[in-house]
Design a binder for this molecule. Structure first.
Ligand code: UD1
Ligand code: CA
Length: 448
């Protein structure tokens, strides 16, 4: 059994933000959520170490498999781990940092495998880096790990080492508990370094191993906005590549942002400057974009959406949306419909083959099948105090520039003449016309 300790009690100064770096978002998900997902893939539960002042992280997660421990003062990574040890109930403890969202599940699975296969008491994850900057250096003697030296404490010779400590480790819990207090703060930063345990374990004759990876993009720590951008690009690229390999065409993928939980069928084309968010599902043969935002919505087969926004709604097979349509939450649009330019739909249902081709607002209403909604039709759903619903039955023809003052019911196959303001129910098959007749005055212009 494995428990994870995620370190998140350090400061976030370099991000220049009111909130903790681990709560900033990458593609709709918080930085630390990516780390929690990795933790979940190998461990039974997760202990997050937070600082005394940080109530926000604790209030963000309410999952019974996540517990919090407070580190009173940020005096080093050893002390951070120590603050959570009393909550551990497992043979092994995985330590992750809360600010490393690009870490891959498969890497951590492999680390755990090596740890148990080699019967190590400590297994660390290390990476080769050409310019290791401020990372801790992994010192080896005869190829075997000896210790980790923090860059601030390192000699010139040690600074040349290219193998660095990623900050990810798996410890034997019993040995970790027994030896953790041997760490001192006798170093340049006067901090208690978790990394000192490598040397301590070795001196005790305990087996220490490492998984060495060569992809340094997996261990980016999000410390400032530039790191946040770099981590976003890495995660964006991974998601986009997964969809492309699954049979989705992406045109200019650098400009396409697909959040992790979105599902896309085969032979879908996504065009530039499009974002697919939340729990959106796009079914086979659809063409989405350019310039589309779709959030928490379900699109049927062969749907086309361009230059439009769709929020928390459903769109049936072969329906065309846009350009410049705005489909607001709780709309359910049938199959083979047409939602054209400058059309706004909110909290409404449209039956199959209904067309709203231009410049209309449909709010809080239920429209049947095969209805034509003429250009400039407005469903007047708000009386200044309350919202009202209208019903339009199948095969109704609504002429241009019509107001439907809700609540009304328009019966099957009725015909609403252009320019009418409908304030009462309309019978099936009736013509409803209500407009001021125009008059003409001969030669009026010449005489005025
Ligand atoms: C640490 C490692 C270094 C490694 C690097 C990888 C130590 C001493 N050094 O350095 O070898 O190359 O990570 O990224 O461990 N934290 C707390 N409480 C504290 C201090 C830190 O919770 O008192 C948390 C931070 O929020 C962060 C993590 O621990 O999530 C790592 O701390 P940080 O200060 O970023 O460590 P580095 O100096 O980068
Ligand atoms: Ca530090």
């Amino acid at each position: 059994m494995i428990n994870t300790i995620i370190l998140a009690a350090g400061g976030s100064k370099r991000l220049k933000s009111k909130k903790s770096k681990v709560l900033h978002e990458i593609l709709g998900k918080k930085v630390i959520e990516y780390v929690i997902d990795v933790s979940r893939s190998v461990s039974d539960y997760t202990i997050i170490i937070v600082s005394n002042s940080d109530k926000e992280i604790q209030s963000t997660f309410s999952d019974k498999n996540i517990k919090f421990a407070v580190q009173k003062e940020a005096i080093g990574t050893q002390n951070a781990v120590k603050s959570g040890l009393h909550l551990v109930n497992a043979k092994s403890v995985l330590v992750l940092c809360g600010d490393t969202p690009t870490l891959k599940e498969e890497t951590i699975k492999k680390l755990c495998e090596i740890h148990s296969e080699e019967s190590n008491k400590l297994t660390m994850l290390s990476v080769y880096m050409n310019e290791p900057a401020s990372y801790g250096r992994v010192k080896r003697i005869d190829g075997l790990i000896d210790s980790i030296v923090e860059s601030k404490d390192a000699s010139e010779e040690e600074l040349k080492i290219k193998e660095i400590n990623s900050g990810v480790y798996i410890f034997d819990y019993a040995e970790l508990s027994r030896l953790i207090d041997r760490v001192t703060n006798d170093n340049v930063q006067k901090e208690y370094y978790l990394t000192d345990l490598v040397k301590i374990f070795k001196e005790e004759g305990l087996k220490v191993g490492a998984l060495v990876i060569d992809d340094s993009t997996e261990i980016i720590g999000v410390n400032n906005r530039l790191d946040l951008h770099n981590a976003t690009k890495i995660i964006q690229k991974r998601i986009n590549e997964k969809h492309m390999l699954n049979g989705v065409t992406l045109i200019n993928p650098d400009s396409i942002f697909i959040e992790p939980d979105v599902k896309i069928g085969r032979d879908v084309t996504i065009k530039q400057c499009t974002e697919l968010k939340g729990t959106t599902i796009v079914s086979e043969d659809s063409v989405i974009g350019p310039n589309v935002t779709i959030e928490n919505s379900v699109l049927g087969l062969g749907v086309e959406v361009r230059d439009s926004t769709v929020l928390n709604s459903k769109i049936g097979d072969n329906t065309k949306v846009g350009p410049y349509a705005y489909i607001r939450p709780n709309s359910n649009i049938g199959q083979s419909c047409k939602i054209g330019d400058f059309v706004e739909i909110k909290n409404s249902t449209l039956g199959d083959a209904t067309k709203v081709s231009h410049l209309s607002y449909i709010g809080d209403s239920d429209l049947g099948e095969n209805i034509n909604v003429g250009c400039g039709t407005i469903f007047v759903n708000y009386d200044g105090k309350n919202k009202h619903r209208s019903i339009v039955e199948d095969n109704v023809f609504i002429g241009c520039n019509t107001n439907i003052v809700s609540p009304v019911r328009i019966g099957k196959g009725a015909f609403i003449a252009a320019g009418t303001t409908v304030t009462k129910d309309v019978e099936s098959g009736a013509l409803c016309i209500g407009r001021v007749r125009e008059t003409q005055r001969k030669d009026w212009v010449k005489k005025k």
